[in-house]
Design a protein around this ligand. Structure first.
Ligand code: 3MF
Ligand code: MG
Length: 380
């Protein structure tokens, strides 16, 4: 069955006829046809369809408007949208609070028209000139005030979009040089900012998205452990969890599936940003599974084994198309990543757990290694 499922992803039309009934059921499952994709529902953010600029060259693809992007979600197999605050309400700094709420409500109606839901809202605190040296942890108290006020607008936007989840990627909360900020004070400022949000709205939950570096040399909350530890310092630790991004974990030298398992043990894995990363370099946001299939498999497996999604958690992607990709095929990285997830899910569910348990009991990890490799190769 594993082999057939893999074929179905690649050559659906030609090969479908050769598959058994059970396999055809899976075909519907992975292609969003008759059956749902298990309990897994998928999201991405509008920034994942982009013009291809990189630090060394300009845009190479034409801009697709936000509304046109929304029309692409369903056909790509996605049911939910991740938002930055200004994806939902552009130029929100120049609007009154009521105007922000009105515009966000209009976006919710557009989402409904497309049959989509909002997964989360993330305050984009890293583009404004004021936050050049950090937002919540800036040395200038006026900047910290701006960051806290803007974050409270994100809560309003989330409420208007009908989601209770705020994601905090703490982009510029860190240092270029060690002496520029005091890390104890910075931690206090982060707690203060998170408390400000928790106290402003008793219903929202905050998922911190840890990342060890980029754009900063050192970020203040580099790992899942840091994010969960700072949760304990806040006024309502139960409402502070994590959004784990595969590439960010890899950049921190961690295994993403272990990071996910750790957060699951705390009941704090509220979102994921699946993607891939080829070693310690700039944050690549490559398609899920495109570098290390086994590492991707283990992320799918830990999520599936612990019923991720059962309480409405989404499988979020944070992937970028290669700059070389032409306009007409500039969304392939999204459907490919989802297909890879579902094909790996099929591999994981097809494994003979009794056999795995036997091998673990015998401590024959060489045989277990082979079993996994052969399963990934479709040679079970
Ligand atoms: C940067 C990221 C960000 C966050 C996004 C939502 C632009 O490395 O991963 O993507 O995921 O801002 O928090
Ligand atoms: Mg991300």
């Amino acid at each position: 069955m594993g082999r057939c499922a893999a074929v179905q992803v690649v050559k659906i039309d030609e090969e479908m006829g050769k598959c058994s009934g059970q396999e055809l059921k899976f075909f519907n499952f992975i292609n969003g046809g008759v059956a749902m994709a298990g309990t897994f529902r998928f999201t991405f953010g509008p920034w994942n369809i982009h013009e291809g600029a990189d630090p060394f060259g300009p845009e190479v693809r034409s801009t697709i408007s936000f509304n046109d992007k929304l029309s692409l979600y369903k056909e790509l197999g996605f049911d939910g949208v991740q938002f930055h605050d200004d994806d939902a309400v552009p130029d929100l700094d120049s609007l009154s609070r009521n105007e922000v709420i009105e515009q966000a409500k209009a976006v919710r109606n557009t989402l409904k028209d497309h049959g989509l839901e909002a997964e989360f809202v993330a305050p984009r605190l890293w583009e404004d000139p004021r936050t050049i040296d950090g937002a919540y942890t800036a040395n200038d108290p006026e900047v910290r005030r701006y960051a806290r006020e803007r974050s409270r607008l994100s809560l309003d936007i989330a409420e208007a979009l009908d989601t209770d989840l705020i994601v905090l990627w703490l982009a510029r909360e860190g240092t270029y040089i060690r002496e520029s900020k005091d890390s104890k004070t910075a931690t206090d400022h982060l707690v203060e900012a998170i408390n400000g949000m928790l106290n402003a709205n008793p219903d929202i939950r905050i998922a911190i998205e840890p990342k060890p570096n980029e754009p900063m040399d050192h970020a203040f909350l580099p790992t899942t452990g840091h994010a969960l530890a700072i949760a304990a310092l806040t006024d309502d630790p139960d409402r502070v969890g994590v959004n784990i991004e595969s590439a960010h974990a890899i950049l921190a030298g961690m295994d993403p599936s272990d990071e996910m398992g750790f957060a699951l043990a705390f009941d704090k894995l509220w979102s994921v940003h699946l993607n891939d990363q080829n070693g310690l370099k700039f944050d690549q946001d490559k398609s899920f599974g495109s570098v290390d299939l086994r590492r991707a498999f283990n992320q799918v497996r830990i999520l599936d084994r612990h019923d991720y999604g059962k309480r409405g958690e989404w499988v979020g992607l944070d992937v970028k198309a290669m700059r070389t990709q032409k306009d007409a095929v500039s969304t392939r990285h999204l459907s490919n990543s989802r297909e890879a997830f579902l094909a790996l899910l099929e591999v994981s569910r097809s494994l003979d757990q009794n056999r795995i348990d036997e091998l673990i009991a015998e401590r024959d990890y060489e045989a277990l290694d082979r079993l996994i490799i052969m399963a990934l190769l479709g040679r079970t």
